[in-house]
Design a protein around this ligand. Structure first.
Ligand SMILES: [Zn+2]
Ligand SMILES: [Zn+2]
Length: 333
């Protein structure tokens, strides 16, 4: 008799615990499980050597195993043009056989790109931002906002005669007044927690010179509604857009290969996202509690979508979305 009572009691306790966990997910949402998971990535230094290429298909000589290669793999060695063509924040060479483009960073010397001839885009920014010298001693990064309370901020592209190449970690941390930021084409990296909790930030354009975004770079930016990430970006740190609760639309550029841990965690207004076919993994809880999600546009085939490695709970508590692939739709399963 006593034993039965004990079992019943245990069952009640277990049920209650489950209920509390689920309620917490709805009520407290983004504040559980966040913010404890980053090793500082120390990304102030501008370590971009400018060899970012978009030609993932490479120089294969016909050894195509055919798993999900819907796109054609060239059976030739690319022959890159000697001439470089300017494309705002970067430049490219073209293959004379297949017209594929190979992108790289401008190679400025005395404010002119030695390869394509582009003049360095001189932007005079908002006064009293703080700039610090990178370890290469050839460039600067934005290191802080000091006493600046301007709502609209423009970052300088040149400081003390040297290019400003990155936005340092926590540079605009907790800038609750900041509503818009203008990022010049000299910037190649946005650092760890650079815009942490910039809760009034509504306008953001990332130039196509940027190749990497650090962890939690835009976490808790609760006001911006849509964002387009340029094709130049090849890496985005974990939780970069976590808890961006007004974000309803995002387009990820063609250079990204993985959608990291908590990338869009608790973006509960997110309705549509465009994912390039270069993506091969979606990590743990990447879209956790994106409860408004209705449309995923995937720029590859259904076979390619199914081949993406997906971490556990990657789509926990998401909306009833459809995945639009190039050769048909897939319903949420
Ligand atoms: Zn080629
Ligand atoms: Zn150039």
């Amino acid at each position: 008799m006593k034993k039965k009572l004990l079992i019943a009691l245990l069952a009640i306790i277990a049920t209650l615990t489950c209920a509390i966990i689920f309620a917490a997910c709805d009520i407290f949402g983004g504040n559980i499980g966040n913010g404890n998971d980053n090793e500082t990535n120390g990304s102030n230094a501008n370590d971009n050597t400018g060899n970012n290429t978009d030609d993932s298909s490479g120089d294969k000589t016909g050894d195509n195993t055919g798993d999900n290669n819907a796109t054609t793999t060239p059976i030739h060695t690319h022959e890159w043009s000697l001439a470089y063509t300017e494309d705002s924040g970067r430049h490219y060479q073209t293959c004379s056989s297949c017209n594929e483009k190979k992108y790289s960073a401008h190679n400025y010397s005395n404010l002119v790109c030695e390869d394509c001839g582009k003049n360095f885009p001189v932007v005079v920014g908002t006064s009293s931002l703080k700039y610090s010298l990178n370890t290469d001693e050839k460039s600067y990064y934005v290191s802080g906002i000091e006493t600046n309370t301007a709502k609209n901020i423009t970052i300088s592209s040149l400081y003390e005669g040297l290019p400003v190449t990155s936005i340092g970690e926590q540079a605009f941390y907790n800038c609750a007044l900041l509503t818009s930021i203008t990022i010049p084409e000299s910037i190649t990296h946005i650092g760890y927690q650079a815009f942490y909790n910039c809760s009034s930030l509504t306008s953001l354009t990332i130039p196509n010179s940027v190749t990497s975004i650090g962890e939690e770079a835009f976490i808790y930016c609760t006001s911006f509604k849509s964002i387009t990430l340029p094709d130049s970006i090849t890496s985005i740190g974990d939780s970069a857009f976590s808890d961006c609760r007004s974000l309803s639309k995002i387009t990820i550029g063609n250079g990204v290969t993985s959608i990291g841990y908590h990338m869009f965690y608790w973006c509960n207004s997110l309705k549509s996202i465009t994912i390039p076919d270069s993506v091969t993994s979606i990590d743990y809880q990447a879209f956790y509690c994106c409860s408004s999600l209705t449309s995923i546009t995937f720029k590859g085939t259904k076979v390619q979508w199914n081949a993406i490695t997906k971490g556990s709970s990657w789509n926990f508590n998401t909306g009833t979305y459809t995945i639009h692939c190039t050769n048909g739709n897939i319903a949420k399963s």
